[in-house]
Ligand binder design. Structure first.
Ligand SMILES: C[C@@](CO)(OP(=O)(O)O)[C@H](O)COP(=O)(O)OP(=O)(O)OC[C@H]1O[C@@H](n2ccc(N)nc2=O)[C@H](O)[C@@H]1O
Ligand SMILES: Nc1ncnc2c1ncn2[C@@H]1O[C@H](COP(=O)(O)OP(=O)(O)O)[C@@H](O)[C@H]1O
Length: 278
């Protein structure tokens, strides 16, 4: 029976600090080895049980986000067979390599589990490859196509700057541009990270294998990476997921905020957000 109770949910940006493409399955999906953390910035949702499914999308990044059955927030409710009225305040750019849709889906699943008492479903990767990590919601290593998760409990909070240079990159197109599908994974055992600086130094020795095809499709990714690398205090810069969002890591939030001001002044049209990753 319908109730008025609204569960509020937060859907943080997912950042792939590394993204090694290590193989390809028979169905064409690629095998990954990726270290993922989450930002303290994301979409905000309200979820209520309802007689019929409904979705309203608002917020600064709402333009172009589907409001029909293609929206992953609605698909998540349908996946567990619950009618929900959902409000989605969009703060994350879409098709940006930071998992906005997957994180929204995970937030809806969590909210509906709380409202109905149902357990979280299995096989959530069928909703989208990133949904299991977004349900996990904190620093994690993902392998397979995203369904094999190992906790990464020793990562320090990382001051970071996220920049999206205003170009949408569909994930499938970026994977299609990969020249090599069998690249080395990360080491079996990850080191212990004692500070943001130590973690950034190690991350510099890792890769995002999708960066080259993304840069070829959207040269502005390279422009944004160069701009970040030149900001004061930046240890390293890399693309997240299949792009086009890029990030840089700093020792302090003050450095990330100062870098944001520099990038905003030079590129007023870009999406520029200092955050902390955890
Ligand atoms: C690359 C990653 C890394 O975290 O992030 P995003 O760039 O999307 O944020 C994810 O694996 C993306 O997950 P998600 O966006 O949920 O992917 P899906 O919708 O399932 O897949 C979209 C398309 O990308 C390709 N794809 C996706 C994942 C994968 N491991 N191999 C692939 O080849 C396939 O062509 C697929 O049809
Ligand atoms: N809740 C949602 N928010 C954003 N995009 C969504 C959502 N649901 C479905 N989509 C569709 O999914 C595509 C990928 O968006 P998103 O999940 O943000 O990107 P990515 O896979 O690069 O992290 C978008 O182009 C959009 O059409």
């Amino acid at each position: 029976m319908a109730t008025e109770r609204v569960a509020e949910a937060f859907a943080p940006a997912k950042i792939n600090l590394t993204l090694h493409v290590t193989g390809r399955r028979a169905d064409g999906y690629h095998l990954l080895d990726s270290l993922v953390m989450f930002a303290d910035l994301g979409d905000r949702l309200g979820v209520a049980l309802a007689d019929t499914p409904a979705l309203t999308v608002t917020g600064p990044m709402a333009a172009g986000v589907p409001v029909d059955g293609r929206n992953l927030a609605l698909r998540a409710a349908a996946y567990i067979g619950v009618n929900a009225a959902i409000t989605l305040e969009k703060h994350l750019p879409a098709a940006a390599g930071i998992g906005g849709g997957s994180s929204d889906a995970a937030a809806v699943l969590r909210a509906l589990a709380g409202l109905t008492g149902q357990p979280l479903p299995d096989d959530t990767e069928r909703l989208g490859a990133d949904v299991p990590i977004c349900l996990y919601g904190r620093a994690v290593r993902m392998r397979g196509v995203g369904e094999r998760l190992s906790p990464c409990d020793n990562a320090p909070a990382l001051p970071a700057l996220l920049v999206n240079p205003g170009v949408e990159l569909p994930t499938a197109r970026v994977f299609a541009g990969l020249e090599c599908h069998d690249n080395p994974p990360m080491p079996d055992a990850l080191p212990r990270f004692h500070s943001p600086r130590a973690m950034a130094r190690w991350l510099m020795t890792m890769r995002n294998d999708l960066e080259a095809p993304a840069r070829a499709l959207a040269p502005r990714v390279g422009t944004a990476l160069d701009a970040l690398r030149h900001t004061a205090g930046a240890h390293m810069a890399r693309m997240s997921g299949s792009g086009a969002t890029v990030f840089a890591l700093y020792d302090t939030g003050a450095e990330a905020t100062a870098a944001a001001e520099v990038i905003r002044a030079a590129h007023p049209g870009w999406w520029v957000q200092p955050v902390t990753l955890g």
